[in-house]
Design a protein around this ligand. Structure first.
Ligand SMILES: [Zn+2]
Length: 104
């Protein structure tokens, strides 16, 4: 069953709190070839509507992926070790959904 936008947003805020990241606006809307994107300046996060119908694991992956970019603007060593710390074996999910984000 699909999540509501509100439920998804609540999860984003939960993660943001956990990661100590300030998010002002979350928008969920159809996106053509990305799962999510963010604008640091306005603390805006956009998520693809499709994520509402996907598993919690995938949702969490995309949420944490984007949130970490607030502090780490690339997919380097630091970003990878943070992903591992928060999500465990995230690379499996990464392969599955072929994440594309605003920072690639
Ligand atoms: Zn990324």
């Amino acid at each position: 069953m699909a999540l509501t936008k509100e439920a998804f947003k609540a999860r984003v805020y939960e993660w943001a709190q956990k990661l100590d990241i300030e998010v002002k606006t979350i928008s969920i809307r159809p996106m053509k070839n990305k799962w999510a994107s963010y604008t640091k300046k306005s603390q805006l996060l956009i998520f693809n509507t499709e994520l509402l119908t996907m598993s919690k694991k995938i949702g969490d992956y995309v949420i944490v992926h984007e949130l970490l970019h607030f502090n780490v603007p690339n997919h380097g060593k630091l970003w990878k070790s943070l992903m591992l710390a928060y999500l465990g074996d995230y690379e499996k999910i990464e392969k599955k959904i072929k994440m594309r984000c605003g920072r690639e």
